[in-house]
Design a protein around this ligand. Structure first.
Ligand code: ACO
Length: 133
């Protein structure tokens, strides 16, 4: 079965954090994969990295440059890659890429990317200094 999304021009950057399958329950009324589902997967991937770096609770404070590059179809294998781009006193900028692969094909393609900003939080929900590495 062919895939008309073209050849991947690059390789994913970052650590593989999540791999999942886009299911019919994740579609919008038109039957395509809902962008909000993909954003949630990206948020989960960035949050996982943020939790490991901050060694505790954190929250998404901003999402910059969200780009939907290609559609995701039901049945696609979706893989989330995340990497820490920079860290401030309490915040972390985490670059996330989502790639999709038609389950009957071998090539994967970038489908979305964005820069997530997370802030480490204390028990009261206030910004918390990141621990030393
Ligand atoms: C996993 C989830 O819970 S997702 C749910 C959605 N997210 C939320 O509910 C978070 C809601 N937001 C908040 O509670 C607050 O904004 C907080 C607690 C995260 C931050 O409070 P603020 O008063 O903005 O804190 P403060 O001004 O001290 O900024 C903290 C850090 O975030 C950075 N920051 C704050 N807003 C932004 C922004 N829009 N873009 C980039 N960085 C930001 C600051 O530069 C600072 O970084 P640094 O300490 O590394 O220098």
């Amino acid at each position: 079965m062919g895939d008309d999304r073209g050849k991947a021009a690059k390789q994913p950057e970052g650590d593989l954090v999540i791999r999942t399958i886009a299911m019919p329950a994740d579609t919008n009324p038109a039957g395509d994969i809902f962008g909000g589902w993909l954003m949630a997967q990206m948020d989960l991937a960035a949050g996982n990295l943020a939790a490991a770096r901050s060694r505790g609770r954190n929250a998404t404070v901003a999402v910059d440059g969200m780009q939907f590059l290609r559609p995701v179809k039901v049945g696609d294998e979706v893989t989330l890659y995340a990497r820490l781009q920079s860290a401030g006193r309490t915040s972390m900028k985490i670059r996330v890429e989502a790639w999709a692969r038609n389950r009957f094909e071998t090539d994967s393609f970038p489908v979305t990317e964005a820069l997530f900003v997370f802030v480490a939080l204390d028990e009261d929900g206030h910004p918390r200094a990141l621990p030393d590495l």
